[in-house]
Ligand binder design. Sequence first.
Ligand code: SF4
Length: 203
Amino acid sequence: MTAPGLQTPGVHTPSWPELATAISSCTRCPELVATRQRVVVGQLRQQSRLLLVGEAPGAQEDEVGEPFVGRGGQLLDELLEGAGLHRSQVSVANVLKCRPPANRTPKPAEVANCRSWLTQQLALADPAVVVALGATATGWFFGRGSRLTELRGRPHDVDGRVLVATYHPSAALRFGPKGEPRRLLQADLELAAALLAQGRADA
Ligand code: SF4
């Protein structure tokens, strides 16, 4: 399937630093601009074949300017390790680059405003496998109304990339160490690692 806005033929693809500079000065969402401390651009790991896509920065990410540095980030690191992966091997980006006040769910208009930034990051990172963490990231790829519970657990083809949809680490934290979201997030990260190891791009 083709994610809306995933490809923009004819548009110049800037370097990551150029893109980061442009994103950092973005003012498309007035409410977020008024409340954010920092724009959290994301992290591109050269030669990484895996890109994790989350929802938006939280309080700690907003404070330090990096993605997944709070409790959710620690859990993500732990689960990545459990799948035989390390954060240093993984590129990370969010659907929104600015923190919504009180961590509210991103508004559709904000997701639309920010869409071109993630589209360009995808083009630059060019990952073999993308993992969408949570409902917002899953909706970015599959459209609003898509159901994570129906999509997770198997690979999908989105514009020639393998995409795995799964729970966000914050859901895994909310339901606790023995909750289903944590178990399924771990299983889906293991699936992503297995797909990387197989070199599959034809799921
Ligand atoms: S969330 Fe995205 S579109 Fe909105 S102000 Fe931040 S960088 Fe710009």
